[in-house]
Ligand binder design. Sequence first.
Ligand SMILES: [Fe+2]
Length: 296
Amino acid sequence: MTITARPLHPLFAGEVTGVDLRTRHDAESMDRVRALMDEYAVLVFREQPFADEEQIAFARRLGGDLVTKVGRAVIDHASRLKHEALTDISNLDENDEIMSRDDRRRMYSLGNRLWHTDSSFQDPSARYSMLSAKSVPDAGGETEYADMRAAYDALPDAVKAQIADLRAFHSIIYSRETIGFTAFSDAERAQFPGAEKPLVHVHPGSGRTSVYVASHASHVVGWPVPDGRILLRELMTLATLPQFVYRHAWRVNDFVIWDNRCTMHRGLAFDETTQRRDLRRVTTLDTEPALTASAT
Ligand SMILES: [Fe+2]
């Protein structure tokens, strides 16, 4: 049966029904999911009760090599999850208990409330991220996604020309510092050197141009820092206007895939002191980076 999606938003994001991704192994189905990802950028699959190993195996089938050196793994030396390709997106500690408010890992994870795209501060960065929902809070804790191709389309021509060849420097040290989290050890800082990325690129699967920016973006290469930060803020403000944003309200066993090359996302607040939110992420490497806009 052909895998199809129905739109969840006027611009992007679709929901797929009638497929169990744990048992779909054939190349044709994977090609179909990739084609839908190129079109929708965010895909929601309901009722996907993945075991951790099954989620990792699916990610490999869909996107090849996986991201293993992720931010939380670097600062969380006692993770309750035992696979290095699995990122713990939860408010739970190594004993599966809700973290205390002053837990360093929790404060670090608060950076996920800032608009970002995964691993933009690393080389290679991330292509597909996939979240599996194990526990969700009664209220709040949604994830919002922004359509960065639509944001590019909406830019005035003068801005498109201004940013076409610019590059931004991305650093998770910087994005955490913007919320006052500065408690990185020298060893942790050494593992997060940051990376330069084009501010605009062409998404290979769709041929559409996308803005590539995130809260990790600290400055525009070659520009005075204040000029670059103002530009980055203006681009992020425009890209996250309500008309470009899809908000996903999680249900247990939801599985959501997004394309980090052409979206941003952020988690929303919930009562972290009483509610459990347990999402697990696997991310594929973007081993063939998108073309720079000026190369087309
Ligand atoms: Fe993220």
